[in-house]
Unconditional design. Sequence first.
Length: 339
Amino acid sequence: MRVTDADVGDAARLAVLLREPAQWLRDGRLVALPTETVYGLGANALDETAVRSIFAAKQRPAFNPLIVHVADPSWLGRVVADVPPLARRLIDAFWPGPLTLVLPRRPEVPDVVTGGLDTVGVRMPAHPVALALLRAADVPVAAPSANPFTRISPTTAQHVLDGLGGRVFAVVDAGPCAVGIESTVVAVEADPRGGERVVLLREGGTTREQLQAVVGEVFVADHADEVGDAARRSPGRVERHYAPSVPLRSIARRADGALQVPNELERPFALLCRGDAGGVTDAAHVDVLPADPAGFARELYAALHRLDRAGVAVALVEQLPDDAAWAAVRDRLRRAGLR
Ligand code: AMP
Ligand code: MG
């Protein structure tokens, strides 16, 4: 089902259009929905059977918890047991938006949503269609990215149909996603030094700098540091993910702007780069993405989907800047198998 800008501009019309998909969600069906990050595979988060069908459709391992989407911060009480003051500050600053908070869950949230953890990941998406659908359904919606497990996340409705067509009851198509990569995931938890602290579990659409500007210090859950084992704390963070079937290989750009194509290279090859093609003329397929991190992130997954279909032996990917603004994109490319 298609939702146009004109529909979005007319709240009454949008509500009518979304009445059926909202009912399908309440009935326990799987409805893929647009969000500002990526398309989600949505089901009523409080309906255990419906949530199980998400895992079946994606073939996602059961220990990997889902993010629950709410239409408004006032819905938090439906899924979380407590909202600490530091979490409240994050919500005030970043919702609606690409920030997921991991908070103590209510007993009504089925184990299948949380992977058996005593916490639940929750966020309010910044997408008018997602919000209108949530409001119409009037149930919190568990929604991981609408792609088969370990494949590239979808940023268009067509990506969803390509990956999960036949396994989803409906797709609400509202055009390409504006952020293009998944949400940042943080936990708010007791600080051993007293008070609370914010722990970054996954880089994403909200940058570490943005978080720091609001809460000061942000801890990073990394391998075996004092914050704990990242695999246990944020399941799903460790596997290979977001992967095209083409091998990805990193290449540097010289100071004069030229991209360094290696001498020994399988052909045909594709090039994924930033700003311009760096003088490379013999690639079978070229994707030049915006030079800024937000623009690059927005178009990254669509470019990876194209690489998958380019019929090349290898894809060269331009090395990205080291700074924190690029952390989420670097993370996704690393997990797509870039080396
Ligand atoms: P996605 O794959 O985009 O649906 O995001 C799900 C990811 O959010 C999981 O793989 C975890 O990394 C994280 N997450 C969700 N809920 C929790 C939770 N209760 N505790 C820790 N991490 C969570
Ligand atoms: Mg995913």
